[in-house]
Design a binder for this molecule. Structure first.
Ligand SMILES: O=C(O)CCC(=O)C(=O)O
Ligand SMILES: [Fe+2]
Length: 211
């Protein structure tokens, strides 16, 4: 569905044979991330005044997930002037799904988020924790009660940075609309257009990635 790219994204994963335990390790990590994300969504359902399984079933009973292990090359800054021009990283964007769990290198500050005053502020890694981003699908479900935070990555350090990003998404074919409980809390009017998750994902990937 949603064209060739939609089929590819729903197809089976290709795993490298080297390192030999990579697939096993990553699948275990993915299972743990899926489990913690589902639990967080249950808490969010309750926090929004709904039931714990508000986001199960048709919405995320069979959640799609994406895992990206991203490497950011070290910067080769020569002086302070070069610093401002360094564009290596990840351009500003909001994430597409429900929740993202970012597992960043402990000792490199590179992730920035846009605050309510429209300033970029750093999100320094806190060892032993994830940074959790709210995705666009959760913004729709909550009718804007939850904001999908704009963020970007600039690695201005002399060190190669790794971030393992786990994206917890709705069912691939979920038609995502504001939840009744959130409509009631926000005056009864839909403030955001709904989206079919898989279609939304395909159009984002086509527009945002060089292929
Ligand atoms: O590398 C990071 O800290 C964030 C990556 C990111 O925002 C993304 O992959 O959507
Ligand atoms: Fe992101």
């Amino acid at each position: 569905m949603y064209g060739h790219l939609g089929e590819v994204m729903q197809g089976s994963n290709l795993w490298p044979s080297n390192p030999s335990k990579f697939k096993q390790l990553m699948e275990h990590y993915i299972d743990l991330c899926t489990d913690v994300s589902r639990k967080m969504m249950r808490g969010i359902g309750l926090a929004l005044g709904g039931s714990a399984d508000e986001m199960e079933g048709e919405i995320a009973g069979d959640p799609f997930w994406v895992l990206r292990a991203i490497g950011y090359p070290a910067s080769c800054i020569l002086d302070e002037h070069d610093k401002a021009d360094n564009v290596v990283g990840c351009g500003e964007h909001t994430d597409y799904g429900l929740l993202t769990l970012l597992n960043q290198d402990d000792d490199i500050v590179a992730l920035q988020v846009r605050n309510k005053s429209d300033e970029w502020i750093s999100a320094p890694p806190v060892p032993g924790t994830f940074v959790c981003n709210i995705g666009e699908m959760l913004k729709i479900l909550s009718n804007g009660i939850y904001e999908s935070t704009l963020h970007r990555v600039i690695n201005n350090t002399p060190t190669y940075r790794v971030c393992v990003a786990y994206f917890y998404e709705p069912n691939f074919d979920a038609a995502v609309e504001p939840l009744d409980v959130c409509l009631q809390k926000t005056g009864g009017t839909k403030s955001i257009e709904g989206a079919v998750y898989g279609k939304h994902l395909v159009s984002k990937v086509i527009n945002n990635f060089v292929m």
